[in-house]
Design a protein around this ligand. Structure first.
Ligand code: B12
Length: 213
């Protein structure tokens, strides 16, 4: 059924994708396995967009499918609100970039794993990150971005935090799209992560909370 979900997303069969996600969750499939299938489907959508087989409307429909499926999956990843918070995180998609599906999953997984998350949203101006770090005094800043152009915005955001004298008080992680070690070095971040669990593990390691398995 996992492969059927990948195919339904890739082929823009939104009703089938939503039905399958519901059936999988009811049948006991792990929420993370469902999100992995979504990622595989989105990768195919991205490839078809690159080849000129799909256009922006398909990206929008893919985004809507994933938001709906996230809504189905999220209640099954229960947050324990009584647990003392492990640390504070300022999160946002960098300026010029409006992709928020991956960021929202990172937000949710950090919260489920005991972090307090201040989510600044998408297309976040550099000054807004600086102001939030000054006001919230987080342990970690998490920058999301899916566009190649976002790497410049990540670098500029890190530089602005540095210029404001805040850099040595925080750890900075980046993620989204095709970020890798090269982008991390370019942006001046402390680490990059490929998925939401990587974000959780980094945050745990930096706040002394141990690393999730
Ligand atoms: C859906 C989508 C859209 C939707 C976004 C809807 C939304 N609400 O987010 C819409 C239609 C708005 C859109 C617009 C555009 N898009 Co678009 N989009 C996509 C698509 C198909 C999927 C992205 C996605 O949500 N994936 C699903 C999530 C779950 O992905 P994920 O990577 O698994 O997420 C994990 C990690 O990224 C990680 N993570 C995320 N953030 C962070 C942060 C930290 C700190 C850490 C540690 C981890 C982390 O954790 C996540 C959860 O596990 C991608 C293709 C692709 N393969 O990614 C193109 C893609 C990103 N888009 C692309 C483009 C070109 C555009 C447009 C410029 C198109 C246009 N001509 O207008 C615009 C740009 C708008 C803007 N200014 O931002 C290109 C980018 C190319 C590039 N290298 O720059 C891509 C790669 C498509 C392609 N192959 O060409 N897009």
């Amino acid at each position: 059924m996992t492969q059927a979900l990948v195919t339904a997303i890739a082929d823009m069969e939104d009703e089938t994708a939503i039905r399958l996600a519901n059936e999988m969750i009811e049948g006991g499939t792990s929420p993370l396995a469902i999100l992995d299938a979504c990622k595989a489907g989105m990768t195919i959508v991205g490839e078809r967009f690159e080849k000129g087989e799909y256009f922006v409307p398909e990206l929008i429909l893919a985004g809507e499918m994933l938001k709906q499926i996230s809504g189905i999956v999220k209640p099954h990843l229960t947050a324990d609100n009584d647990t003392p918070k492990l640390g504070k995180i300022v999160l946002g998609t960098v300026t010029g970039d409006i992709h928020d599906i991956g960021k929202d999953i990172v937000h949710f997984m950090l919260e489920v794993n005991g972090f307090e998350v201040h989510d600044l949203g998408v297309d976040v101006p550099i000054d807004t990150f600086v102001a939030a770090v000054r006001a919230d005094q987080p342990d970690v800043v998490a920058l999301s971005g899916f566009l190649t152009l976002s790497y410049d915005a990540m670098r500029d955001t890190v530089a602005a935090l540095n210029a404001a004298g805040l850099r040595d008080k925080i750890k900075i992680m980046i993620g989204g799209g095709t970020v890798d070690e090269q982008v991390r070095v370019f942006a001046g971040a402390d680490a990059f992560g490929l998925d939401a669990m990587a974000a959780v593990n980094l945050a745990k390691s930096w706040t002394g909370a141990g690393v999730a398995s």
